[in-house]
Design a protein around this ligand. Sequence first.
Ligand SMILES: C[S@@+](CC[C@H](N)C(=O)[O-])C[C@H]1O[C@@H](n2cnc3c(N)ncnc32)[C@H](O)[C@@H]1O
Length: 340
Amino acid sequence: MTLCVKVPFKDAERVKRLLERKGVLDPLHRYDKDERHIYFPITRKLEEPGLIYAKRVLPAAKKKNTLREQLRSQLTPEELAHVKSSYDIVGSIAIIEVDKALAQRERIIANAVLAMNKHVSTVLKKEGGHEGELRLQKMRCLAGKDTRETIVKENGVTLLVDVERVYYSVRSATERKRIAQLVKKGERVLVMFSGAAPYPCVIAKLAAPAHVVGIELNKRGHELGIENVRRNKLDTVTLMHGDVRELVPLLAQQGETFDRIVMPLPHTGHDFLDEALSVARTGTVVHLYDFEHEDEFEKGAEKARAGAARNGKRAEILGIVACGQHSPRVYRICVDFKVL
Ligand SMILES: C[S@@+](CC[C@H](N)C(=O)[O-])C[C@H]1O[C@@H](n2cnc3c(N)ncnc32)[C@H](O)[C@@H]1O
């Protein structure tokens, strides 16, 4: 049985518009009729006076393929043109962006996303970009269960993530696999800026390193990382909580060196090359992430060369890989280089 609003035919259009405006139309079901009434499926009761509620078996909505198609009956053509049809799904959470012009329609859009994805139980809206040292993004729940935590499966590991309190991007999963596939048996790997430990876990799972060390400043990120290492039974991973600027010099003092150093902090990662190179040896491979315009990838290589020169070393560029899009014509790139 589905909760419905029972409306005489003459009021149907007015009430339908009200339900749409409030974002309570249940997109999983279709409306139904008897001789004098129409029954609109809803997700919750409203405090509006004069509405009559009923429970009724309603036909399931036909599955629509795209978000715009799903919304066709609920938004005007002008509104549909503003709908951003792509969104991320992180475990059971869908993360959407809503154009300012559709602020009044955001719950309708969120309910449509919920209806289209049977494994999604939460729809969050991005409330800005990644900000601050911890690269966090504010989110607001528009539909479903109000949570930020979910379990993600990627590259053979299961990760507990918190999409608001700890940076995690599903879009980097392919890049993590690429790095893991480069790791040779017995390597010692340092992952600076390890977050909830997706890189350390994927590397330890897919490759056979001797040891993977991850360092993360965000306390909650470190805690989730510890949980993820435990959950995937990865005994070659050690995670450290703190600032790379303080912890890497301590590793250097202890005479630690690494065969491979991963630096997934695109905006400012190059500022940490002095620390990275203090635990590199001749032949260490560094993966330095950066954001660059499509015509200027070489600038990323320049940053690597400058960092190496500053430390009395040379950087042999092994390759530059585009591994995500940041904004129109600006890409997330990875500069792979060997320390000489
Ligand atoms: C872009 S995120 C990448 C997180 C993770 N590696 C991933 O791929 O999901 C960068 C991470 O670096 C952390 N971070 C920023 N500055 C740091 C510092 N000085 N020392 C350690 N971690 C830092 C942030 O908290 C954030 O979790």
